[in-house]
Design a protein around this ligand. Structure first.
Ligand code: ATP
Ligand code: MG
Ligand code: MG
Ligand code: MG
Length: 566
């Protein structure tokens, strides 16, 4: 690319309403133009960097086995009525009517649209799993759009949605996405941290956010420098590793439950509607009182092998790191336990905590106990409420003390489980010909936010310092005396051709500007590598190379330049 053909429009000063560094620099470098509050146009330089982020995301999503689709920005409001989010989502959801007076929304996210597709096209377990993703423009009517593209109203998101025939398989894909996100943010060149997260209005259970560490971040992150514990301080729930002591009391009533082997059996036996959400906790008591497994799972999960005999050999108090570990300890299929156990947020669900009449298993076949009460009979998990945490507080994993930092949320992965499938009737036939709701995961990346976040982490008083992988140009050639010196022009053009042919994303500044103007522009724009070609150097057969972070330039023989910068 030649700068004279390109669009370069830099500003000395940032607009007075710009608040944070990345926003100021993106506007000054001419990467974006503000069109309205929280709504931006992407100019060629900005778009080039945005596409580089997008391509990395796309390459890694494809490599991970996800399938790209493109869903509409405009969605019928009916779908949101069906999922129950029409009211729940609140004023961030932009609504409007078409000429026929039908209600529509501009999509802030696409769970409803994709679940609608899945329920119509996926019928059998043989078609599962499937993971669809898109890179698409979202609209959220943010109450306080700010920080430029970091909290826009219109923004570019990569959103993926996976469908599964079992919870095990959802967990497999969730872990696949955790690894994929780690690869994506590493490739982009960000300093980031994955943290345990609250699931917010999207709903569901297991969830992690990926945060770019930066002082201007809007989220507080608590982490333990001595272990891998990290969580968003919004989190206030039971944590993996919590301990439960089983202290079942005489208040429990033993009931004969012949033939009850599954949750569905139990629900039928107790006359609990199948759709009622019930929860599970695994507890153990000392040897005098029966060991017990609480059986209030969801109506659609089998209890399978979680029977009394599997409790043998469990030592009190129980400490299991994850629901999977609980299931393993009980020799059960992890899918049958769901995201539950005493480590999960389900226990903190108020509607559950308020329930006092749990049914638990006895360590005898065909018997259960009723009347179990969390709080009285079981202390329940330790609740980790990080909302008022201060640096130096003990880490919930017991491995040290907590430190605090600020983070910018650039990615978020969720185990949605069957929330949308149940609300919208997305069912499939399993191996036994039984109809089941699909297990679902969803995975978001703030593609446009990443640019702001990357700049927050990489800048100096002169401007942006792009991580190489997402720089709009890798290298700029600055000829000093473009119009005056044939030697300079020829050397600059020859280098430009050579580098372009070698695949380097290079721009030649042929605008015939003074060196000071050229350097200031490219330093502001943040191009990682610069080569200055001038008559003085050429006499000695050399040009000057300077990396964007280097304090001074290095003379490099012209003949070796291509090899040097490549
Ligand atoms: P936040 O907490 O910052 O409001 P969110 O939790 O509402 O974000 P998600 O629903 O998890 O966002 O969406 C997935 C990703 O989309 C986020 O991790 C973030 O990177 C990006 N994102 C969300 N809202 C915005 C926004 N207003 N502008 C730019 N990117 C956004
Ligand atoms: Mg939000
Ligand atoms: Mg958030
Ligand atoms: Mg989020």
């Amino acid at each position: 690319m030649r700068a004279s053909h390109y669009f370069i429009s830099t500003l000395k000063e940032a607009p007075s309403d710009a608040e944070v560094t990345s926003q100021k620099l993106m506007l000054r470098a001419g990467l974006i133009k503000k069109t309205a509050a929280g709504i931006y146009s992407w100019m060629p330089l900005g778009l080039k960097a945005l596409r580089k982020v997008e391509n990395i995301v796309r390459e890694e999503m494809n490599r991970a086995g996800a399938l790209e689709v493109l869903m509409p920005a405009v969605q019928p409001a009916e779908l949101w009525e069906e999922s129950g989010r029409a009211t729940h989502y609140g004023p961030e959801l932009l609504r409007f009517k078409d000429r026929h007076d039908r209600d529509f929304v501009i999509g802030p996210t696409h769970e409803e649209v994709i679940t609608d597709i899945a329920r119509r096209d996926i019928r059998s377990y043989k078609q599962l799993p499937k993971h669809f993703y898109q890179v698409q423009t979202k609209f959220r009517d943010e109450i306080r759009p700010r920080f430029g593209v970091m909290r826009g109203r219109e923004f570019l998101m990569k959103d993926g949605y996976s469908f599964h025939s079992s919870f095990d398989d959802l967990v497999r894909e969730y872990n696949n996405m955790y690894a994929t996100y780690t690869r994506i943010f590493t490739r982009i060149g960000l300093e980031f941290r994955a943290v345990a997260a609250d699931t917010g209005s999207i709903g569901g259970t297991g969830s992690h956010e990926f945060h770019v560490i930066a002082e201007t971040g809007e989220d507080d992150i608590a982490y333990c420098p001595d272990s891998d514990y990290a969580a968003n301080v919004e989190l206030a729930e039971a944590q993996p590793g919590s301990t439960v002591h089983g202290v079942a009391t005489e208040a429990l009533t033993k009931i004969h439950t012949p033939g009850v082997k599954t949750i569905a059996d139990l629900a039928a036996f107790l006359n609990i509607p199948d759709t009622q959400t019930v929860k599970a906790i695994v507890v153990e008591s000392d040897d005098e009182v029966p060991k017990a497994v609480l059986m209030l799972l969801r109506g659609d999960h089998e209890l399978n092998e979680i029977k009394a005999q599997n409790l043998e050999g469990i030592k009190s108090p129980l400490t299991f790191a994850t629901p999977e570990a609980i299931a393993t300890a009980f020799g059960a299929n992890p899918g049958s336990l769901g995201p539950v156990g005493f480590t999960g947020r389900v226990i903190m669900d108020r509607s559950v905590a308020a329930m006092s009449d749990f049914v638990i298993g006895a360590n005898e076949d065909d018997y259960h106990y009723t009347g179990a009460n969390i709080g009285r009979d079981f202390p329940g998990p330790e609740i980790v409420d990080l909302r008022n945490v201060v640096a130096g507080d003990p880490s919930p994993d017991g491995k040290g003390t907590l430190a605090l930092c600020r983070g910018i949320e650039v990615g978020h992965i969720f185990q949605l489980r069957t929330k949308y499938a149940e609300a919208m009737g997305a069912r499939f036939l399993d191996e036994n010909g039984r109809e089941q709701p699909m297990e679902m995961g969803c995975y978001g990346i703030g593609v446009s936010r990443i640019l702001g976040a990357a700049i927050e982490q990489n800048n100096d008083e002169r401007g942006i310092i792009w991580p190489s992988a997402i720089a709009p140009f890798q290298l700029v050639i600055c000829p000093v005396g473009w119009s005056k010196s044939d030697a300079v022009r020829e050397a600059a053009q020859a280098l430009y051709t050579e580098l372009s042919e070698a695949g380097v994303d290079v721009i030649l500044d042929d605008r015939n500007e003074r060196p000071g103007v050229m350097f200031a522009d490219w330093e502001l724009i943040g191009v990682p590598h610069r080569v200055v070609i001038g008559d003085r150097g050429l006499k000695e057969g050399s040009a000057e190379y300077q990396g964007r972070r280097d304090a001074s330039a290095t003379a490099v023989p012209v003949a070796e330049l291509a090899a040097f910068v490549h």
